[in-house]
Design a protein. Structure first.
Length: 208
């Protein structure tokens, strides 16, 4: 399994599914082994012919993968066939999301259900925050969703979403060169199944 960009460093990933070895359907079981570079791995022993349905999570249904056809009650699936070696590798690491000939059930995770920040950058005229996926305000609007603090304290400004999945915070006055702390909160994923950010995202950006 390959986790998407923006997955929190050190996050434990899980593999819940429809059989006892995978929970069953407990979003916090079983934990996967971190192999580095976003790769997670789990090994189970089951009879040949077992039909398995499963998804990947970060420990809850609010942090389950949700993208493409892997939404709601639509799951990944595989039928176990160990062959002569009695082993089977399920490789969910391909990022060919735009290839119509490759089913979503065996591609890497594209997005999690909750919105995660992929990057934040700054210039004197704005702070740009990019998410994995499209977003919407968790409250009435994006007021207070992005706060910026400089050496002299909080900086006045306002945030908006000029393009899907991107917040642009514009300061009331041009930011002077230096380091600023950016906090992002109050943002939800879109649609009826949308959930808010699990915790504020905090980072430091530098205005050249």
């Amino acid at each position: 399994m390959l986790a998407p960009p923006g997955t929190p460093p050190g996050a434990t990933l899980y593999l819940p599914g429809n059989i006892a070895e995978l929970g069953p359907w407990d979003p916090g079981k079983p934990a996967m082994t971190d192999r580095g570079n976003g790769i997670g791995e789990a090994t189970i022993t089951v009879p040949d012919g077992t039909d398995i349905q499963y998804k990947y999570t970060r420990g809850s249904w609010e942090t389950v993968e949700e993208w493409g056809s892997i939404t709601g009650t639509n799951n990944r699936s595989v039928t176990v066939d160990g062959g002569i070696t009695r082993t089977m590798l399920v490789d969910d690491t391909s990022t060919a999301w735009d290839d119509p000939g490759v089913p979503d059930t065996h591609l890497a995770i594209q997005y999690w259900r909750d919105p995660l920040v992929v990057s934040a950058s700054a210039a004197g005229s704005a702070v740009t925050v990019r998410f994995q996926r499209d977003i919407q305000p968790a409250r009435a609007d994006y007021s207070g969703s992005v706060t910026v603090t400089g050496p002299s304290g909080p900086v006045a400004g306002a945030a908006g979403e000029p393009t899907p999945g991107t917040l642009l915070w514009t300061p009331s006055a041009t930011l002077a060169p230096g380091s600023y702390t950016v906090t992002v909160t109050g943002v939800s994923s879109t649609g009826p199944a949308g959930v808010p950010m699990r915790e504020p995202y905090v980072t430091t950006v530098t205005v050249p």
